[in-house]
Design a protein around this ligand. Structure first.
Ligand SMILES: NC(=O)c1ccc[n+]([C@@H]2O[C@H](COP(=O)([O-])OP(=O)(O)OC[C@H]3O[C@@H](n4cnc5c(N)ncnc54)[C@H](O)[C@@H]3O)[C@@H](O)[C@H]2O)c1
Ligand SMILES: [Zn+2]
Ligand SMILES: [Zn+2]
Length: 348
């Protein structure tokens, strides 16, 4: 057997990624070697592809890109218990240090020494990837492989929705990209009374309604805010706002949309520092703000599994394209032009 494999690499500090051969990873102690079946492309990969300011300050080429995947266990290393070749798995891409205060108090998602696959170490856009057994997640039968491949962003959506009570609440979601749309469906399944969405792209607004939003507004349309406010109790604003766009305008709108005493969860990552009028946006309104990083390990994973197993989340409309990995350039181009929501690359 050859010890080379195809992989999508960020080779150097310039725009683009390259399909090349890379050494097949070894399967060290407590590690699981995974033969990749399908991978999802996400916004982080687009930043790495574009080699923007964030990518330049964060990643160190060369490395294999990608963190959303499903695959089959090829081999297990020494000391691995509870996993066997042939099992279908996904995995948590944030590898905590395992022994700091955060890791030891159930907050591994904010470990300061976290290593992220496809960012800080080799990722899943390849035929094989090895992962510590602690991060490997068995896929339950009945969960479609293309959905298992996007447990990572689904877990982001789950974490954002579940970070505060939503049952019986009027919820607003800013940004109906892949994660915002997932959040829409999760929020309805979790009992949100009403979900109102703001999203500039018409196709995604239509999808948000399909995913359970009562209305979806175009922030470029005059009067959208008044229309939105009318849908909230006494016109005072949403009980909970989930910011999932990462845009400056979206973040500012989130604080306009929340009612006094309401809650804002921030998942979207702005490319630049944001200025806000804190006294008006948060202090005088008595707003509670939460930063959301990654997924709770592994509460968010169990929640995703349960919601999927109970058939409460049909995510198939979200996966607008599936194509072989060799067509990655086309996939990145479609995503950059906003003509796709979630694209799955096939590695088999
Ligand atoms: N905190 C974390 O751990 C974490 C993890 C994953 C993703 N993220 C971030 O979450 C955000 C969403 O991720 P995604 O994969 O769904 O990205 P995405 O690009 O698919 O979605 C973003 C959406 O926001 C919309 N948008 C742009 N400007 C807007 C505005 N002014 N108002 C409302 N919507 C607007 C875009 O049209 C797009 O549909 C990104 O910023 C991403 O970097 C954060
Ligand atoms: Zn991602
Ligand atoms: Zn740690």
């Amino acid at each position: 057997m050859t010890n080379k494999m195809p992989a999508l690499l960020k080779k150097n500090g310039a725009r683009g990624i390259t399909l090349d051969s890379a050494p097949r990873p070894s399967c060290g102690r407590s590690e699981v070697l995974i033969r990749i079946q399908k991978t999802g492309i996400c916004g982080t990969d687009l930043h790495i592809y574009a080699w923007d300011e964030w990518a330049q300050s964060r990643v160190h080429p060369p490395f294999i890109v990608g963190h959303e995947f499903v695959g089959v266990i090829e081999a297990v290393g020494e000391g691995v218990d509870g996993f066997a070749p042939g099992e279908q798995v996904s995995g948590e891409g944030h590898i905590g240090c395992g022994h700091c205060y955060f890791c030891r108090t159930g907050q591994g998602h904010i470990c300061r020494k976290v290593e992220i696959i496809g960012v800080d170490r080799d990722g899943c856009f390849a035929q094989f990837m090895s992962l510590p057994q602690s991060n490997v997640w068995k896929v339950r039968p009945g969960i479609p492989p293309e959905v298992a491949a996007i447990f990572d962003p689904l877990g982001n959506a789950m974490h954002t929705v579940m970070a505060q009570p939503v049952a019986g609440k009027t919820l607003a979601i800013v940004g109906a990209g892949a994660i915002g749309l997932m959040a829409c469906k999760i929020a309805r399944a979790a009992g949100a009374l009403r979900v109102l969405v703001v999203e500039p792209q018409a196709q995604k607004r239509a999808m948000a309604v399909e995913f359970g939003a009562e209305d979806a507004y175009d922030p470029a349309q005059t009067g959208w805010f008044e229309e939105f406010a009318k849908k909230t109790s006494d016109g005072v604003g949403a009980d909970v706002v989930l910011e999932i766009s990462g845009s400056l305008a979206g973040i500012r709108n989130a604080f306009e949309m929340v009612r006094p005493g309401g809650e804002v969860a921030l998942l979207g990552i702005p490319s630049n520092p944001v200025t806000l009028n804190l006294s008006e946006a948060i202090i005088f309104k008595g707003v509670t703000v939460r930063g959301i990083n990654g997924r709770l390990m592994y509460e968010s994973w169990y929640q995703c599994e349960r919601f999927l197993m109970e058939h409460k989340l049909d995510l198939s409309p979200l996966i607008t394209h599936q194509m072989p990995y060799q067509r990655y350039e086309e996939a990145f181009d479609l995503l950059q032009r906003g003509q796709a929501v979630k694209i799955i690359l096939d590695w088999e």
